[in-house]
Design a protein around this ligand. Structure first.
Ligand SMILES: [Fe+2]
Ligand SMILES: [Fe+2]
Length: 367
């Protein structure tokens, strides 16, 4: 009896992109499955940390596969369960539904290394045939495939990930998403509009730093379940007033920080930190930011404070360790932030204090 071929493709698809479609198309060509099923990962609708809602992701996938003439269904299993669903659960479900079948599972060569860490790994490798899509920079190592059933797609795919595309999107580059999606995202987040306004108010160097801060902050928001729109605006506007003349900065800072006595001391000793308050004022007055948590994150991004929300920490850490930062610890802090924002904040804070104490003023002036 010939077994039915079921091809499955899972992912967060936040957002779906052209490499997803290319891989799916090539896998279908190779396997010629009887059924192709796409499983978008469950991302909590209660958290605003994602770029797209489930329905937006689903509709976009639908349009993209229609455009590519791909016949596939989108499975709502994870969405209906309303919690994280492991691959083995999906496989079990499919085996029940399609009794006599072979299940093919698309996986990127970048994920092979971690396959052993997946839940019920043994169950997975004895029930799945993996379709490996080679990603640039991730060779298929013998030790990672020795115990699995697999087939390899011919091409090597560019290393374009949803994470990377999200970073591009949040700096106003919509090149890697379909037009309808770009329109939807701009309507939701007003990224391009905000960024072109910012560009007019700050120097070239500061603008570059702002874009790098946005990339890191929105990524950290995504990972930590923090409102990604808030992270975008706080990062985008954190240095907005930094290039303003000192007199104007003092005036603006006073509006956000009315403790004049303390502020006078700051003006005398460390005028470079005034911009955290003056920027908050500009965010409120010019960019019409009403949300207190965004304004707070901006107003704490250089000095920090005893009580720091996760958003405050994300902005503080992103500012100090964005890709444009060249000092020794920046990369270390950035990598740590991906794993643990609280620890990264502590390291960032201590690093800053150490530099200030050591009178490495050039560092202090930079942020
Ligand atoms: Fe900054
Ligand atoms: Fe700053």
């Amino acid at each position: 009896m010939i077994k039915r071929k079921i091809l499955i493709f899972g992912g967060s698809f936040d957002p779906p992109h052209k490499i997803h479609i290319q891989i799916l198309k090539d896998a279908i060509k190779k396997i010629k499955p009887d059924k192709t099923i796409i499983f978008p990962t469950y991302l909590s609708p209660f958290k605003k940390s994602h770029l797209l809602t489930y329905n937006e992701r689903k509709n976009t996938i639908k349009l993209m596969i229609k455009d590519a003439k791909i016949k596939a269904t989108i499975n709502d299993l994870e969405y209906k369960r309303k919690k994280k669903t492991y691959t083995w659960m999906i496989v079990k479900e499919l085996k029940k539904k399609y009794l006599n079948s072979k299940i093919y599972f698309i996986i990127g060569s970048d994920s092979l290394k971690k396959l052993k860490l997946w839940k019920k790994y043994k169950y997975l490798i004895s029930n799945l045939i993996f379709i490996v899509a080679k990603r640039k920079g991730y060779n298929i190592l013998k030790k990672n495939i020795s115990s699995i059933n697999f087939l390899t797609l011919k091409k090597t795919y560019p290393n374009l990930s949803s994470t990377q595309i999200r970073k591009e999107i949040f700096i106003g580059n919509y090149n890697n998403v379909p037009k309808h999606l770009a329109k939807l995202i701009e309507k939701k987040f007003k990224i391009k509009k905000t960024i072109s306004k910012i560009k007019k108010l700050i120097s070239k160097k500061r603008f570059y730093h702002t874009l790098e801060t946005i990339k890191l902050a929105t990524h950290l928001a995504w990972i930590n379940g923090i409102d990604i729109k808030k992270a975008f605006f706080a990062a985008a506007l954190h240095d907005i007033a930094k290039d303003f003349p000192l007199e104007l900065q003092i005036k603006l800072a006073k509006k956000h920080y009315p403790n004049i006595k303390k502020l006078d001391e700051v003006i005398k000793k460390a005028p470079q930190i005034l911009h955290q308050w003056s920027s908050a004022t500009i965010a409120k007055k010019i960019f019409k930011i009403k949300d207190k948590s965004i304004l707070q994150a901006i107003s704490k991004h250089t000095t920090a404070s005893k009580k720091m929300s996760i958003l405050d920490k994300i902005i503080y850490v992103s500012d100090i360790s964005s890709e444009d930062r060249t000092f020794y610890e920046a990369k270390k802090i950035r990598n740590l932030a991906i794993k643990d924002i609280n620890k990264a904040f502590e390291v960032a804070k201590n690093t800053k204090i150490r530099y200030i104490k050591a009178c490495k003023k050039h560092f202090y002036e930079k942020y």
